[in-house]
Design a protein around this ligand. Structure first.
Ligand code: ADP
Ligand code: ADP
Length: 228
């Protein structure tokens, strides 16, 4: 695997009078197999950073790379899960088709698309709901479907933006454990944006705190848990 490298990234929305600088001089490196959480106050630019990492947004300064390969557009190597599963699943498609259809764009044949969809659904504990429609499932289950769709790509890097923010507490615990299990079983790199520091510490090998411009990055935040 290759590291995900963020090199002196800056992002300014708009221009002239309405220019709004969100990130400046942000550098970061995520090694293959790491599980990193990005935390920071609301408005610090976490979502902006994740969109830059995914290639959905071109930073206005600096670069994002996988090893030496620049990330300037969405790539097969990087899968993304968004907070809003409601907006990301197609309500008129069965669950299995929601997971399978993006693979068509990668040139995967139909039989293999359906097989991979089924495998991915099984990996997230939803092997028996492929025939249902998203709206027949709970919020937590719908977010699992979105995760299944992301892992069906078999990308070595999985990015998630507040993935567990819109579900109830029990579903959140289940999804957190799913994320940890997938990381172990699939040997992938995972980057999760969250505003929940407890969740970040629970999930990740390394917590990265993003705040202000110039963007200060507190890397490898060590939490003193106090006396045992
Ligand atoms: P958090 O990441 O802390 O959950 P949000 O992503 O919901 O917070 O939003 C952070 C701030 O960014 C909010 O003030 C929101 O209104 C603003 N925001 C989000 N998207 C846009 C956008 N496309 N244009 C302008 N402001 C936005
Ligand atoms: P966070 O995820 O840390 O809450 P965001 O990356 O969502 O932060 O937003 C950072 C800042 O950028 C916020 O002030 C938000 O209003 C602004 N912003 C986000 N998206 C846009 C956009 N498309 N156009 C203009 N401003 C935006």
């Amino acid at each position: 695997g290759q590291p995900l490298v963020v090199d002196e990234v800056g992002m300014t929305y708009g221009s002239g009078e309405s220019a709004h600088e969100v990130l400046r001089g942000l550098s970061l490196r995520v090694d293959p197999g790491e599980f990193v959480c990005i935390v920071g106050p609301s408005g610090a630019g976490k979502t902006t950073l994740l969109r830059c990492l995914s290639g959905l947004l071109r930073p206005t300064a600096g670069s994002v790379r996988i090893g030496e390969q620049p990330v300037t557009q969405p790539l097969a190597e990087i899968a993304v899960v968004f907070q809003d599963y409601r907006g990301s699943l197609m309500p008129w498609m069965r669950v299995r088709d929601n997971v399978a259809f993006p693979l068509e764009g990668m040139g995967v044949k139909k039989a293999e698309r359906l097989e991979r969809a089924q495998q991915s659904l099984e990996a997230v504990g939803l092997g028996d709901v492929g025939h249902k429609y998203p709206w027949q499932l709970s919020g937590g289950m719908q977010q699992r479907v979105a995760i299944a769709r992301a892992i069906a790509y078999r990308s070595p890097i999985l990015l998630m933006d507040e993935p567990f923010g819109s579900v109830d507490a029990q579903a959140r615990f289940d999804l957190e454990d799913l994320a940890l299990r997938l990381r172990r079983e699939l040997d992938i790199t995972v980057v999760v944006v969250t505003h929940d520091i407890d969740e970040a510490v629970y999930l990740s090998d390394r917590v990265v705190v993003v705040a202000g411009t110039p963007t200060s990055v507190v890397d490898d935040l060590t939490i003193d848990l106090g006396p045992e």
